[in-house]
Design a protein around this ligand. Structure first.
Ligand SMILES: Cc1cc2nc3c(=O)[nH]c(=O)nc-3n(C[C@H](O)[C@H](O)[C@H](O)COP(=O)(O)OP(=O)(O)OC[C@H]3O[C@@H](n4cnc5c(N)ncnc54)[C@H](O)[C@@H]3O)c2cc1C
Ligand code: HEM
Length: 415
């Protein structure tokens, strides 16, 4: 992640010593109860503001608790850093949240809503007798230090996009739909307002897509951009999330597949996202993906093929089978436009086994970009670590809220 020298994420916030002492003493108590606090917080906030659950938050993530865990883990990580500044600054975590918030048009006044219900939940779970005025003041300070850092960073993102805070929603129309043999569908959209064409973006960024479902809810989901951009068009590729045992079919991905065609209107937001390649750098690029995690790689390859085809590139992908591999032909075509490229895939069902990086010779000083499920990412990060690749060269995107448990036990490299 590259930040402007004066980015708010370079400022290390400081907690006053008296607050730091209270936070250090109460962190274990809050951590032990965080699994009760965050769901209660969301229940309270959505009861007071049902429109936030209907139109803004991802209700799928609320069902499986992913968002609750992500919020709790982010606050705990931030608080831990404040009381022990020798720990690495949680810049990547803040950048990921800030980009996600900008992609959803989050604005400063909304931080007061989150504050009100989060603190009400803390008091209800821990008890008003436990949450003394001193403890409340210390946690209040932590919240606002984190909120201010995010608000400032999000303002920088809105400024860089040349828009007013939160003004990210755009009306578009589908100008092309391509159904890939693997079953994924690519949609190309352009603005319905000729005075406001869709902007370019950095390779690896995503948009949010808003869909009004049959019960009237406007649900938003993120999709990585797979085109080069700069021509007023944005393209994204969607995999249908099928129903499984105890898990209903994905709401937005199925709606897009079943209901969206050329000429239809679609609400999207402007591009954001921090898994972007350094377009100024000349270092080799290693792209490692599994399943639908190929999409940001396709966007990056579109950029490399158009702008820097001589940049050394390694493309590695894991999938269940050749037929399941999304955008396989598109990526193969893009690879032929690069001058110095090595490409390899592992197909589990075709007997190739799981992705094994010891079979690959990596170029010196490369930057690594990873995208796939949590288990895949954990496994690949562990393999890269044991190959001696410095962790600051390894960047990753997850298609689910990040609970920052990525360093937990490595899993097999399943797609
Ligand atoms: C930065 C980013 C980039 C992304 N890029 C892409 C991309 O390029 N292409 C792509 O296809 N996807 C991408 N995604 C994922 C995408 O945003 C959606 O998450 C995905 O399409 C699924 O959305 P959905 O509405 O279909 O599923 P949802 O309805 O959100 O469901 C998600 C999961 O939750 C389960 N679930 C929902 N409700 C319940 C319940 N009540 N009980 C039990 N389980 C439940 C569903 O069964 C499903 O497995 C990206 C995500 C992020 C964060
Ligand atoms: C200090 C306060 C806040 C913190 C610590 C916080 C933290 C987070 C985190 C960790 C994520 C998940 C990021 C990811 O990995 O994808 C997230 C997503 C999100 N946040 Fe915040 N947030 C805060 C304030 C707000 C506010 C004020 C709003 C506006 C109402 C908001 C709306 C959202 C939404 C809509 C998402 C996406 C949820 C989803 O798609 O499931 N957040 N936030």
């Amino acid at each position: 992640m590259r930040l402007a020298p004066d980015s708010s994420l370079n400022i290390v916030p400081e907690l006053e010593p008296e607050h730091a002492e209270v936070i250090r003493a109460t962190l274990p108590l809050v951590a032990a109860n965080i699994d009760q606090i965050t769901p209660l917080f969301y229940r309270k906030m959505f009861t007071a503001h049902p429109e936030l659950l209907r139109d803004r938050f991802n209700r799928g993530n609320q069902h499986d608790g992913a968002q609750q865990k992500a919020l709790a883990a982010s606050i705990a990580t931030f608080a831990t850093h404040l009381v022990d500044p020798s720990l690495p600054h949680p810049r990547e975590l803040l950048a990921r949240i800030g980009h996600k918030h900008a992609s959803l048009g989050v604005t400063e006044p909304e931080y007061r809503i989150v504050h009100e219900h989060l603190f009400a939940a803390i008091v209800e779970v821990l008890g008003a007798d436990v949450v003394t005025a001193e403890i409340a003041a210390a946690w209040d300070r932590v919240y606002w230090l984190m909120a201010t850092t995010l608000i400032d960073f999000e303002r920088e993102l809105y400024d860089a996009a040349g828009i007013e805070p939160g003004d990210v929603f755009r009306a578009t129309r589908v100008v092309r739909r391509v159904d890939d043999p693997s079953g994924v569908a690519t949609f190309v959209v352009e603005s319905t307002d000729p005075a406001r064409p869709l902007p370019g973006f950095l390779p690896g960024q995503y948009i949010s897509v808003g869909v009004t479902l049959s019960d009237g809810a406007r649900q938003l989901r993120q999709y990585s951009l797979v085109n080069r951009g700069g021509d007023g068009r944005l393209a994204f590729t969607v995999r249908k999330v099928l129903a499984a045992q105890d898990a209903p079919a994905g709401e937005v991905s199925n709606w897009l597949h079943d209901s969206l065609g050329v000429g239809d209107a679609l609400e999207i937001t402007l591009p954001f996202g921090d898994l972007t390649i350094d377009t100024e750098a000349t270092a080799p690029v290693v792209l490692i993906s599994a399943g639908i995690g190929v999409t940001p790689m396709a966007g990056i390859l579109e950029y490399l093929a158009a702008e820097t085809p001589a940049r050394r590139t390694v493309i590695l992908h894991a999938d269940r089978s050749t037929t399941a591999h999304p955008l396989r032909e598109t990526v193969a075509d893009l690879a032929t436009r690069l001058a110095d490229v090595y490409s390899r895939a592992w197909y589990e069902a075709d007997g190739h086994g799981l992705m094994d990086l010891s079979q690959v010779e990596f170029p010196e000083d490369a930057d690594y970009y990873l995208c796939g499920g949590t288990g895949f990412l954990q496994n690949i990060r562990a393999q890269l670590m044991s190959a001696g690749i410095p962790s600051d060269r390894v960047h990753f995107e997850l298609f689910a809220p990040n609970d920052w448990l990525m360093d937990a036990e490595p899993q097999p490299a399943l797609a």
